[in-house]
Design a protein around this ligand. Sequence first.
Ligand code: NAI
Ligand code: 15L
Length: 264
Amino acid sequence: SKFHRLLLTGAAGGLGKVLRERLQPFAEVLRLSDIAGMEPARDAAQEVVPCDLADKAAVDALVRGCDAIVHMGGVSVERPFEEVLEANIKGIFHIYEGARRHGVQRVVFASSNHVIGFYRQGETLDASARRRPDGYYGLSKSFGEDMASFYFDRYGIETVSIRIGSSFPEPRDRRMMSTWLSYDDLVQLITKALFTPGVGHTVVYGASANRDVWWDNREAAHLGYVPKDSSEPWRARVEAQPAPAASDPVAVYQGGAFTAQGPF
Ligand code: NAI
Ligand code: 15L
């Protein structure tokens, strides 16, 4: 199936550029938005709409006319609270208010492993585990998940919050051997999140079928997400790198280095 108009925020970002190509088949019109510069629309099947997520009126206009939202936009690393507040915390509120006002029924929210970043590596978590955000960025994603929960309970807007691990072309370090999410698996997860009926507010971890994965997705089995890729082909190359000290946060916590960044 296909949406009439699908909104992708964060379209200029690392994942946004991938999704710009890979989500096009699922929409007659893909509306692409970011605060950073974007490639111009290729044809009538694309709309490029620059927008600051912190601007409520602009986000309201952005959401108007869309049937679903893939919300990837925002600050994606640990930053001073004031920056996270504008882009992520006000931003997610503006997205849901726009959705409510304009009757959008489905949101896919790019949450992050940094909502549970202070668990130790090797502990297995499911979606019900108490959140342990590892910074202002992780706190903003935790708030975003609560916003999604509230807008479902109050207004029936459905969301899948994907706690993305590390979605890059390849796993780059030992931690990413567990947290890596391939682009193909990301796209599978987002399309299931868009089209599975009756998701309410579902929280799912975004990881590939890695050997030592830390996350249990049985609570999100209704999505039918079955990862196809694995970090295993990169093991030898990653393990040839010098190992961090056993006490280094990158080797201790699921959130890795984010747990020790700042304060800004
Ligand atoms: P990215 O930083 O490359 O892309 C985020 C985009 O959001 C950027 O193009 C940026 O210009 C835009 N943005 C920032 N502030 C904005 C504002 N005020 N208004 C409008 N747009 C704004 O990040 P990436 O890697 O593409 O991630 C996409 C999403 O997925 C982010 O929300 C990130 O937090 C989340 N995520 C990504 C992970 C990964 O491994 N790539 C892991 C976990 C979560
Ligand atoms: C994230 O949430 C970030 O957006 C991404 O840049 C990576 O740092 C990723 O987590 C990770 O934990 O590897």
